[in-house]
Design a protein around this ligand. Structure first.
Ligand SMILES: [Zn+2]
Length: 318
């Protein structure tokens, strides 16, 4: 099996498919870029790594052209965390930290202090018409019995079951060198699991549970330390495993000067000219990649030529 970051697989004759991902250089680059804006606490870095790995796993399992956005919002010291993965498997991630986060804080302690935490997944098509909202599913960070979820994997498994009716297992782990994950998914009767065969609708769910238990035996150390091929061999050596061409996963940010210009136009002429009057320039930094965009008075004047000025923008408010 050739190298590659993301390996998809299925089991011959069983309605189960999965993928294993291991991000190294791309993950280190994401952290390095972000550190130029301001580094995150280690628990947040680990969570963002898990979110990036999980986003890549989920994106690889759907037929969709656009961005999969995995977002956590909450009421704790971590107000928001987001990982975005395109169908070309490039990713970016960032977070908003509003208070101290000590050591290895779990998901509950970071985003669900008063039970307001949410996990949202948005599928944003590349060709989405302006004004049309993308598809979004949201679940709370506690199960039906009110038990809080301490790990991202718990939240994602709950999400997949609630929103997609798919039994799924995730094993996720990340440190500053590696962000990695394993996903196993039960394909419901009738679903087009893979091109070569359709699952038997009468096959008991027990096969998925059996493979999920094998998957769950994977430790964080193994996940972080072993190559995808080794992981699959270690877990599923006794299975009829079918592996697909591995894919690369890269760090990439979709920010651009044109997008920032659009944002400034949306902000309105008066607001932007106020900033120019105060500081001499407008500087916008990208939270994902650390890129800085600067606009001086001449640039700003060019943004608000009559043709591009927005009627009803804040410049009518004195
Ligand atoms: Zn950026």
């Amino acid at each position: 099996m050739t190298a590659g970051d993301l390996h998809r697989f299925s089991f011959d004759g069983l309605p189960v498919r999965g993928a294993v991902v291991r991000l190294t250089a791309s993950w280190q680059e994401a952290l390095r870029r972000r550190a130029t804006v301001g580094p995150f606490p280690s628990a947040v870095r680990a969570l963002l790594g898990e979110m990036s790995a999980a986003g890549a796993l989920m994106q690889s399992a759907i037929k969709f052209d656009g961005a999969l956005v995995l977002q956590l919002k909450g009421d704790g010291p971590l107000r928001m965390a987001v990982a975005e993965v395109t169908s070309g498997l490039s990713f970016r991630a960032t977070a908003q930290v509003v208070d101290t986060i000590e050591g290895a804080a779990d998901l509950d302690a970071m985003v669900n202090v008063d039970g307001g935490g949410r996990c949202a997944i948005t599928l944003d098509p590349r060709d989405r018409p302006a004004g049309k909202l993308p598809y979004q599913g949201i679940v709370p960070l506690e199960d039906a019995g009110g038990v809080a979820m301490r790990r991202l994997s718990d939240a994602l498994e709950f999400y997949m079951l609630q929103s997609e009716q798919l039994a799924t297992r995730f094993v996720l782990a990340a440190n500053d060198e590696v962000a990695a994950g394993l996903m196993l998914q039960h394909m419901p009767p009738g679903a087009d699991a893979e091109r070569h065969e359709r699952p038997d609708p009468h096959r008991p769910h027990a096969e998925f549970e059996r493979l999920a238990m094998l998957g769950a035996s994977l430790t964080a150390e193994e996940l972080l330390g072993l190559a995808p091929g080794e992981i699959l061999h270690r877990l599923f050596w006794a299975e009829q495993l079918r592996q697909y061409q591995p894919r690369e996963v890269a760090f990439a940010c979709s920010c651009s000067r044109a997008r920032v210009q659009g944002m400034l136009v949306g902000l309105g002429r008066a607001e932007v000219e106020d900033i120019i009057a105060e500081r001499g320039e407008v500087e916008v930094g990208c939270d994902f990649c650390g890129e800085h965009y600067r606009f001086d008075a001449v640039d700003v004047g060019g943004l608000f030529t009559p043709a591009r000025d927005q009627p009803g923008s804040t410049d009518t408010v004195q």
